[in-house]
Design a protein around this ligand. Structure first.
Ligand SMILES: O=C(O)CCC(=O)C(=O)O
Ligand SMILES: [Fe+2]
Length: 345
């Protein structure tokens, strides 16, 4: 969008300037207080071992059930992705963003959702997020639109492909585990997706001289089944809303962060929670995060499983494409989209 400033360029030309359009009026209760309570909550975010889950380890599956119920967020270790590949993805991405603007603008978003630019610039006058993005569709492979794929640095395309294929493997393993803990056949949930759609969103967040006055990414929940996020090893930025507080998800080197999305919340009739989260910039360090979104096919029907409805059915059955169409219309806005999928709305 023409009116949306490129954050990277803005910070490059004046690192101290924070235009008014980025300033958010954070409510007092929204502030992440560094109290013992918040730190304690942060240290309790579950950590799961993918190799155990994939072998259907009973205790680990119980931990996954608890994590999805009580947190909606967890970190995954022993996922089997080579550390070198994770590093390669980070290095190549950093190089891409360091290219001159004219170079990056060759794959600029143009009306659609893919490419390089400012993703949630919907209307003039809205508060802007302190980040630039690169969004690509990855799977099914025929959904790739190469005109939006970076041609530099050398080998970046191959790295994106290799990284995303590993994310796909992990995502499918996790969806099988989820199917099991939801009392279904191991492959049933994958089958209901018709085909898993996968997209990558890279969030580029330059340092901000007033980190408490802006947001890198406004509060939202993901519309996905699950999201698999790689974050910087040494810059904290992601926060989840837990017990009314914003709790940081502290990076564990080489671990991946996974969260329950709206589709899974709907399928489980609200047992598993698609938690609101946001990202904040750092005062002195650049932060790049890599969110891989795994969605059901637009034709897939998403609705609560009968056997998961305990007292009353919270959500309607809907075609996932219709849900998405409504959800992506607005700016990121907390849990507004799951509300509209509720019965009676
Ligand atoms: O930057 C982050 O850690 C969060 C990214 C995220 O929530 C998203 O892209 O949906
Ligand atoms: Fe998100």
């Amino acid at each position: 969008m023409a009116f949306a400033p490129n954050v990277q360029e803005m910070v490059r030309s004046n690192p101290l300037q924070v235009p008014e359009t980025f300033l958010v009026s954070r409510k007092e209760e929204d502030e992440p207080k560094s109290t013992a309570e918040v730190l304690d909550l942060s240290s309790k975010i579950p950590i799961l071992d993918l190799s155990l889950l994939s072998r259907e380890h009973k205790e680990e599956l119980n931990k996954l059930d608890q994590a999805c119920k009580e947190w909606g967020f967890f970190q995954v270790v022993n996922h089997g992705v080579a550390t070198e590949l994770l590093q390669e993805m980070k290095d190549a991405t950093a190089k891409f963003f360091e290219l001159p603007l004219e170079e990056k603008n060759k794959i600029r978003m143009s009306g659609g959702r893919e490419g390089y630019g400012q993703a949630y610039a919907i209307s003039e006058g809205q508060t802007m997020d302190w980040s630039d993005t690169l969004i690509l569709s990855l799977y099914p492979a025929q959904s790739r639109d190469l005109q939006f794929w970076p041609t530099a640095p050398n080998g970046f395309r191959e790295t994106i492909e290799a990284y995303s294929s590993e994310v796909k493997r992990i995502g499918e393993e996790l969806i099988r585990s989820l199917s099991t803990i939801m009392g279904l056949e191991k492959d049933a949930l994958l089958g209901l997706h018709k085909e898993v759609l996968q997209a990558l969103r890279v969030n580029y967040t330059p340092p901000c001289s007033m980190p408490d006055k802006v947001l890198a990414l406004s509060p939202h929940s993901d519309t996905t089944t699950i999201t698999i996020l790689m974050q910087e090893d040494n810059v904290t930025g992601l926060q989840i809303r837990k017990e009314g507080k914003w709790v940081p998800v502290k990076p564990i080197p080489n671990a991946l962060v996974v969260n329950v999305g709206d589709a899974l919340e709907i399928w489980s009739n609200g047992k598993y929670k698609s938690i609101e989260h946001r990202a904040v910039p750092n005062e002195s360090r650049l932060r790049i995060s890599y969110a891989s979104f795994l969605f059901p096919h637009t034709d897939a029907e998403v609705g609560p499983f009968d056997h998961m409805v305990e007292s009353s059915r919270i959500y309607k059955k809907l075609k996932f494409g219709d849900y998405m169409a409504k959800a992506i219309k607005g700016k990121l806005d907390g849990k507004a989209h799951t509300e509209m999928a509720k019965i009676g709305s």
